[in-house]
Design a protein around this ligand. Structure first.
Ligand code: NDP
Length: 400
């Protein structure tokens, strides 16, 4: 029987379960490209519940315990004395989320001789040292597409929030003011702007589709080009390089996975090539941007605004410069963990575990690493190597 070690974010400060705003969520059976949403044999939760925090347990406990497995759920993930490190040595399966990542570094993998499956409850498995996972014969899987549209909606929201100066204007209301000139003096229309995405995968192309009706110029760069008919339909211009894209765009959104090719792609040099007063929205991974270069660009005015929900490491230390730099619209890592998304990623985790324990193949599109190499979605979107370096700094958050 297997031990499943599951790392989830903390419950709400006001207690669990929360008071829900709505009774139900829409039922979605297929994504835009026809892929079906997760198809587990059954689920033991009500879609719309908070499943991603510790007490939600991704709705897995009765399923695993009825089959005789052990489930350990914790949010204590960083540092040598964490529950995660203590429970890791005899775990066969580790489940983690990008929002509150249990970094599976090479050192940690070496301490886990029983480990066979690293499962991401969401999308983006860069918190796992994929090189070490390949070398140790682990399977790494994630729930491809489960929250891609959740993020695309968030990207559109953040572009509008930055360009229209929404957050500072809202703050004037909270402060009891009516300061129209203060609100308007940094507020523009998105209409007519040039908007580009770095990567046009599931999220990037969903952002392009959503922005088309805004009557903007659309641009993208990617390792593989979209079909000509899709480019025509969207009216989107392809750029061979990120450099060529950022030079012409007023707004840039990053939608690529984090892997050695994209780590620190937005450094001083690339940000320095952006138009003066451009906006940068990054909901992909914090480490795709150089932390200090972004903060300096917000201070100098090179960037008129920066927004996103991804940081490195996570949770971000309290003195992380993105918490205090000017003109930012940062949130904690939330875009892919709406209650709607949680229902899909919890069902996807259940589907993958059913396959794993019944020795049935996991869907190809869910695989990142398998059989000692990049596989499935991972073979398409990632490159070999490791992007977890520096993750030990996450322990500073708990230390205060
Ligand atoms: P996809 O795999 O559908 O898309 C990723 C795209 O990135 C692919 O088109 C891939 O290209 C492209 N890409 C990879 N490397 C490069 C590169 N060096 N330069 C340009 N493009 C590149 O994934 P999703 O769109 O669903 O998700 C993308 C990322 O967004 C995830 O990996 C994750 O990091 C992040 N994410 C964040 C969430 C959040 O809550 N904030 C939630 C979900 C995802 P190709 O395949 O053509 O090689």
């Amino acid at each position: 029987m297997a031990k499943v070690l599951c790392v989830l974010y903390d419950d709400p400060v006001d207690g669990y379960p929360p008071a829900y705003a709505r009774d139900e969520i829409p039922r979605i059976e297929r994504y835009y490209d026809g892929q079906t949403t997760p198809t587990p044999e059954r689920i033991d939760f009500t879609p719309g519940e908070l499943l991603g925090s510790v007490s939600g347990e991704l709705g897995l406990r009765s399923f695993l315990e009825q089959r005789g497995h052990t489930l350990v759920v914790t949010s204590d993930k960083d540092g040598a004395n964490s529950v995660f490190e203590r429970e890791l040595p005899d775990a066969e399966v580790v489940i983690s989320q990008p929002f509150w990542p249990a970094y599976l570094t090479a050192e940690r993998i070496a301490k886990a001789p029983e480990l066979r499956l690293a499962l991401t409850a969401g999308i983006g498995s860069d918190h796992v040292d994929l090189q070490a996972a390949m070398e140790h014969g682990l399977t790494v899987a994630e729930v491809t597409y489960c929250n891609s549209i959740s993020v695309a909606e968030h990207v559109v929201m953040m572009i509008l929030a930055l360009v229209r100066n929404y957050l500072p204007s809202h703050q004037w209301v909270l402060d009891g003011g009516w300061n129209i000139a203060d609100c308007a003096s940094r507020s523009y229309d998105v209409e007519g702007m040039q908007v580009g995405t770095v990567a046009a995968g599931r999220i990037g192309s969903a952002v392009l589709r959503r922005l088309k009706p805004f009557e903007v110029g659309l641009h993208y760069t990617d390792r593989h080009r979209l079909p000509a008919a899709v480019e025509r339909d969207l009216g989107v211009t392809f750029h061979e390089t990120p450099e060529s894209l950022v030079e012409v765009c007023d707004v840039v959104t990053i939608n690529a996975p984090l892997h050695p090719e994209t780590e620190h792609m937005f450094d001083e040099r690339l940000i320095g090539m952006m138009k003066w007063g451009a906006y940068l929205v990054n909901t992909a991974r914090g480490k795709i941007c150089d932390r200090d270069a972004v903060a300096r660009a917000c201070e100098s005015g090179r960037l008129a605004g920066y927004a996103g929900d991804v940081w490195f490491p996570q949770p971000a230390p309290k003195d992380h410069p993105w918490r205090s730099m000017p003109h930012h619209g940062m949130t904690p890592h939330t875009s892919g963990t709406s209650l709607s998304a949680q229902a899909r990623y919890a069902a996807g985790v259940r589907e993958i575990l059913e396959c794993w324990f019944d020795q049935r193949p996991i869907r190809e599109e869910y695989l990142i690493v398998d059989g000692g190499k990049l596989a499935g979605a991972g073979a398409h979107s990632y490159s070999p190597g490791d992007a977890t370096g520096g993750s030990e700094e996450a322990a500073r958050f708990a230390a205060g």
